[in-house]
Write a protein that binds this ligand. Structure first.
Ligand SMILES: [Zn+2]
Ligand SMILES: [Zn+2]
Ligand SMILES: [Zn+2]
Length: 140
């Protein structure tokens, strides 16, 4: 698995470092987005806060991960689809905020409708989120 991440970093002209591999490993192996505080906890002593912040910013710029702000205003990160590239994200899907477990899910199959913004406005990103209870919480 980590081998793929090495390839991914190379493809994006990024040096392979332990924190980068660690962060990718965590974000890619989850069914939901990971919040920045959760990442800090999971990485523990492996990475300091500033490095983590920079790593996430780099990944975001490269089109490797995308940021999702949850209902508490916390930044969460999810892995991008293949179609994302540097400065060109194509994460036009809905996000689901679970009010019970606080997880944020990418609903990749649910595409955003085409929106027509007023003339003179320039959109950098569009996001739509749904708040409710996720399937895992619903089961219990
Ligand atoms: Zn993306
Ligand atoms: Zn839930
Ligand atoms: Zn997403």
């Amino acid at each position: 698995m980590d081998k793929d991440f090495t390839g991914l970093l190379h493809k994006n002209q990024l040096k392979v470092t332990a924190p980068r591999l660690g962060v990718l490993h965590i974000i890619a192996n989850r069914d939901s987005a990971v919040s920045q505080p959760a990442l800090e906890k999971l990485m523990g002593d492996e990475v300091d806060r500033v490095t983590l912040y920079r790593t996430l910013k780099t990944f975001e710029e490269k089109g490797i991960v995308h940021k999702v702000i949850d209902m508490n205003g916390t930044a969460n990160y999810a892995i991008c689809s293949e179609s994302c590239s540097e400065h060109a994200h194509h994460d036009e899907h809905f996000h689901f905020n679970c009010t019970n477990c606080q997880k944020v899910y990418c609903l990749n199959e649910l595409h955003l409708p085409a929106v027509k913004i007023p003339e003179g406005f320039k959109a950098d990103s569009v996001s739509l989120s749904i708040t409710g209870v996720c399937d895992q919480c619903n089961k219990n």
